[in-house]
Design a protein around this ligand. Structure first.
Ligand SMILES: [Fe+2]
Ligand SMILES: [Fe+2]
Length: 304
């Protein structure tokens, strides 16, 4: 499998040059500005909902921002134990590999904390409690019930997806709340190393596997994706109620239907399609098994 010259040593050195703290990004005078949107429109998809007023669309954008904080809270909860399990048996092996994977784990623990602090800030400022999918621990348990290569592939999907979110959708959007934008930027900085390390982990987990075993791992990756998709469907239903509670607006049956279709598609792109179609992720699948890359690519076509 192609690993693009990535090494544990170089990833560790890059990590060591990045030293932001959670407290630098949120808390104290660093507050969310609720007069601004939190997510770019390619993710939030509030503009097609023309039956909502501008104020209601803004509230929905922010509700989707909270969903983003929860979703990443959920996924980092399974990445952290996965990395610790992966690191433990090879603690006496290559020193750079051990240190780089433990650094990766420590950064994910920091990200869990970061997303939690942003959620607390949101919940204080938004004024209306919102319902979100979870709890994160039980979702993490179901994901970790899958084989390590499937979990590593899911993680790689998420890492490249995070890269794409910042670079393609957030970096040049001048309307977004600066604090929320800073969260995505700082997450991106560390996830860049994670994507490389995860590629190396996948290379080592897949080395001894034949085509049937690889196909099995990719089936399980798709099963995890299916689980995420079912979670997104529930979140759309919660968001209908979250918006009604926050704004007092009750939608008609036809409006609810449009809301659900547009929002479901927006969430599918945000969390599934934008990862599955990332060239480096699709490339990794192709390296493992060209037929699987083709299969995943076809599924991803409906997730734009
Ligand atoms: Fe992360
Ligand atoms: Fe990560």
């Amino acid at each position: 499998m192609k690993t693009y010259g990535y090494t544990y040593q170089a990833a560790l050195e890059a990590s060591e040059r990045i030293d932001w703290r959670v407290e630098d990004l949120i808390g104290g005078d660093k507050r969310l500005d609720f007069s601004k949107p939190f997510l770019p429109e390619t993710f939030a998809r509030v503009e097609p909902l023309t039956f909502l007023s501008p104020r209601e669309r803004l509230a929905l954008n922010q509700i989707r921002g909270l969903g983003y904080l929860y979703m990443f809270g959920v996924v980092e909860e399974f990445i952290l134990p996965f990395l610790l399990d992966h690191a433990r048996p090879q603690i006496h092996g290559d020193a750079y590999a051990t240190r780089a994977v433990l650094e990766f784990a420590a950064e994910e623990a920091k990200h869990i904390h970061l997303f939690r602090c942003f959620r607390e800030e949101f919940e204080q400022g938004f004024g209306t409690p919102c319902q979100e999918i979870g709890p994160a621990e039980s979702i993490a348990k179901s994901v970790l019930g899958h084989q390590p290569l499937a979990v590593a592939l899911t993680t790689l999907h998420l890492e490249w997806m995070t890269q794409r979110h910042w670079i393609e959708a957030v970096k040049d959007d001048q309307d977004l709340d600066p604090q929320f934008k800073s969260l995505l930027k700082h997450h991106w900085m560390e996830e860049a190393q994670h994507a490389k390390l995860d590629t190396l982990i996948i290379e080592s987990l897949s080395r001894a596997k034949d085509a049937t075993a690889l196909e099995g791992a990719i089936d399980e990756y798709l099963e995890i994706g299916g689980m995420v998709d079912a979670g997104l469907a529930s979140q759309v239903e919660f968001d209908l109620d979250n918006l009604a509670r926050a704004t007092g607006r009750q939608l008609s049956a036809a409006e609810r239907e449009t809301f659900a279709a547009v929002q479901r598609q927006g969430m599918r792109w945000t969390y599934l399609g934008s990862g599955m179609t990332h060239p480096r992720f699709a490339g990794a699948l192709f390296e493992l098994l060209p037929a699987a890359a083709d299969r995943v690519g076809k599924i991803a076509q409906s997730l734009s």
